[in-house]
Ligand binder design. Structure first.
Ligand SMILES: Nc1ncnc2c1ncn2[C@@H]1O[C@H](COP(=O)(O)OP(=O)(O)OP(=O)(O)O)[C@@H](O)[C@H]1O
Length: 308
């Protein structure tokens, strides 16, 4: 396990922060930690990397307790708001951090990382002359310096333009290919949807849902079926696999709980002898799920709109 927390709480004078966080992040996965501004994402990351002391609860990082010095050399951290000395060049910032990591021959690694983040050719320029996006890339290169097994990225694309976002996404995928674990804090849903294997959603300091992104997205989505002449008994047969079945003209709409319900529904229709002209899944976007969760409404259920 890369990260395991048990009832982890960090509050500031009894307020804010994050409360009773129970998370498991497997090694080698990209885990998305999603929540609106002020939800408690940065607080959790700062607690996990050892910058904040928990108010209560426990956690282990790469199998060691929080604050373990040896583990600190095996993790990388890109903070949300960082500023390097702007009179230094990108190369000097990298060398300075390599010294902090006590790396003996960092030059090759530095060159490789500057290339990876797209800063090759700019390394001799002062940070003062870097755009926000270039500074963010430099931060990412610094976070990857120790070739960490586990990387915490706090809003890594917030300062980037669309092309920069795609590039960072590619770097994150590449990290996964190399067997690294990535903990990605973000309020950007599409970001998380595109790269993460599993996610947790936090709101007002508490986790409100966590799990595999695939399962989460399908839970509560609707399947819309077009059949001209439903066979007798089809609706009853479907009610074994789905809920809230509605029939209107040649359309049948139903709500599914799990991803596996969808092929089961197709099978029931075909086996009943009903001609199937169309089957489509409606809803199931992370944005919809997120908004519904935050409003405290149902998840991903927009099936009624289809019939209007
Ligand atoms: N140093 C602090 N002192 C007091 N309260 C704090 C401190 N840091 C954060 N908080 C409060 O804790 C809550 C969670 O903040 P946190 O920065 O962890 O959220 P976040 O999800 O990372 O938000 P954002 O995306 O805006 O950075 C907020 O209500 C914030 O005001």
């Amino acid at each position: 396990m890369a990260i395991e927390t048990l009832g982890l709480t960090k509050q500031y004078g009894g307020k804010g922060g994050c409360v009773n966080i129970n998370l498991k992040v497997e090694r080698g996965e990209i885990f998305g930690f999603l929540g609106p501004n002020g939800a408690g994402k940065s607080t959790l990351v700062k607690t996990l990397v050892g910058l904040l002391r928990p108010t209560s609860g426990t956690a282990s990082i790469l199998g060691r307790p929080l604050g373990d010095t040896e583990v600190k050399g095996r993790i990388g951290y890109l903070p949300e708001n960082f500023r390097y000395h702007d009179w230094m060049t990108g190369l000097e910032v990298m060398r300075f951090h390599a010294e902090l990591y006590k790396m003996s021959r960092p030059e090759r690694r530095i060159t490789e990382l500057l290339e990876l983040v797209g800063l090759a050719g700019h390394e001799k320029k002062r940070v003062a002359g870097y755009s926000k996006g270039m500074q963010q890339r430099l931060g990412l290169a610094v976070a990857l310096l120790p070739d960490p097994e586990l990387v915490f990225l706090d809003e890594p694309t917030s300062a980037l333009d669309p092309v920069g976002r795609i590039e960072v996404r590619e770097i994150i995928r590449e990290l996964k290919n190399r067997g690294k674990t990535v903990f990605l804090n973000s309020h950007l849903l599409s970001e998380v949807e595109m790269v993460c294997d599993r996610v947790a959603v936090i709101n007002k300091g508490r986790i409100i849902i966590q799990g595999s992104l695939k399962d989460m997205l399908y839970s509560g989505s609707r399947v819309l079926i077009r059949t001209e002449t439903p066979a007798a008994g089809l609706i009853e047969a479907l009610s074994a696999a789905a809920e809230e079945i509605e029939q209107k003209g040649e359309f049948i709409s139903l709500k599914v709980k799990y991803r596996e319900d969808i092929p089961a529904i197709a099978r029931i229709i075909v086996e009943s002898g009903t001609p199937l002209y169309e089957l489509k899944v409606v809803g199931g976007s992370l944005e919809e799920l997120f908004v519904n969760l935050l409003r405290g409404g149902k998840t991903g259920d927009n099936g009624n709109e289809v019939f209007v």
